[in-house]
Unconditional design. Structure first.
Length: 368
């Protein structure tokens, strides 16, 4: 007698064995199974329920879902564990959270190991950030439909070969007709023209596809998806020749506006995030907590050419509205360090015959 219990595929990895109870020549391999396997086999033979048998045998835990929430504050991290029905239970009640201390984690009260950051406001979830494409679901559905119709038209408009039966490709060894396939041998078999003036020949049919109509529909749908968020030229769509960076910035105003908002948010929270990470490292390794000073600067999206900057700075300097230090800073920005900029300012002033006079020397001259 042979009894075979087949485990569903989704439970094979969980159970880690293929249960097989086999009786052969009066012997049984059941004695070779471990205690857990024996329990599973006994429960399964009785009930026929794989999931319940696996739970009772200890292979998988109850299927109840739990939610672990972490509460961050100044000097502490506290944990709350909830059942699926919302009831709170001790945080170390299940196997996956046994590592949690019921009191949470405590450290320096001047530090909070979390930095709140929200990009926009979600229309669906209160207190959560929003996607920049919120409200564009219908537009993306239209774009998907336009593209799908275009591709469906391409598939349906493949060239069709109508071949009379007498001209069908045949196997040179057996003389049998080679069956069509979707790659290199597509054809439609037709009857032979047996008329007196008949002419059997292969006919090709290539339907016309209104590509321009599909393209315009696609571009319109894509423009609706990007409208107010990203300029199409940013993605390389409908890009005309750009004479200079100024023309490019003019064409990408929408992208610059969106980027400006995101950069402003990142510049506010990213230094705090880096500072918090460093403090967390110091707390973990029981070091003295010394918060670092962090500064993050973003360059321009479309930097003007060096020649354009020189022209602008020169006019400002000649107009008396920009100092030598500001000119050097505007020209070189982050490409040069502070020491080099100071030396460059000194060289320029020396060439222009400008002397640096401190306040004490000026006071002495006035007293004389």
């Amino acid at each position: 007698m042979q009894i075979r219990v087949l485990v569903k595929r989704q439970y094979r990895n969980v159970l880690s064995f293929l249960l097989l109870i086999l009786r052969k020549d009066g012997d049984t391999v059941k004695d070779k199974l471990n205690a857990r396997q024996k329990k599973f086999s006994e429960y399964y033979v009785q009930s026929g329920n794989i999931v319940q048998s696996a739970i009772k045998a200890g292979y998988i835990e109850n299927k109840e879902k739990y939610t672990l929430r972490e509460h961050y504050g100044y000097g502490y991290i506290k944990y709350r564990l909830y059942r699926e029905n919302g009831d709170e239970i001790p945080p170390n009640s299940i196997e996956q959270t046994k590592w949690i201390d019921g009191k949470g984690v405590a450290f320096d009260e001047s530090i909070m190991l979390a930095v709140p950051c929200i990009f926009g406001d979600s229309e669906q979830y209160k207190g959560r950030g929003g996607n920049i494409f919120d409200g564009k679901t219908d537009d993306f559905d239209a774009l998907d439909e336009a593209w799908s119709q275009w591709m469906d038209a391409l598939r349906a408009s493949r060239s069709k070969s109508y071949i009379p039966e007498c001209l069908l490709p045949r196997n040179p060894d057996t003389g049998m007709i080679i069956k069509p396939n979707a790659f290199d041998n597509r054809y439609i078999s037709t009857n032979n023209d047996m008329s007196e003036t008949g002419c059997n020949k292969i006919t090709l049919d290539q339907p016309n596809i209104p590509h321009e109509s599909y393209l315009q529909t696609y571009i319109t749908a894509l423009d609706l998806c990007l409208q107010g968020i990203i300029s199409p030229s940013t993605l390389g769509i409908d890009v005309k020749k750009m004479d200079n960076a100024e023309a490019q910035r003019e064409k990408e105003k929408t992208t610059l506006y969106t980027r400006g908002n995101l950069v402003q948010l990142v510049e506010e929270f990213m230094p705090e995030l880096v500072k918090t990470v460093v403090c967390g490292y110091q707390i973990w390794h029981e070091l003295d907590i010394i918060p670092p000073t962090v500064a993050i600067n973003f360059g321009e999206y479309a930097n003007p050419s060096f020649e354009a900057v020189v022209e602008t700075v020169t006019k400002a300097k000649q107009g008396g509205i920009m100092s030598t230090e500001s000119c050097v800073e505007e020209l070189y920005g982050d490409s040069k360090d502070s020491e080099w900029k100071e030396q460059e300012v000194a060289r320029l002033k020396a060439e222009q015959g400008v002397q640096n006079m401190d306040s004490s020397s000026m006071a002495d001259d006035l007293e004389i």
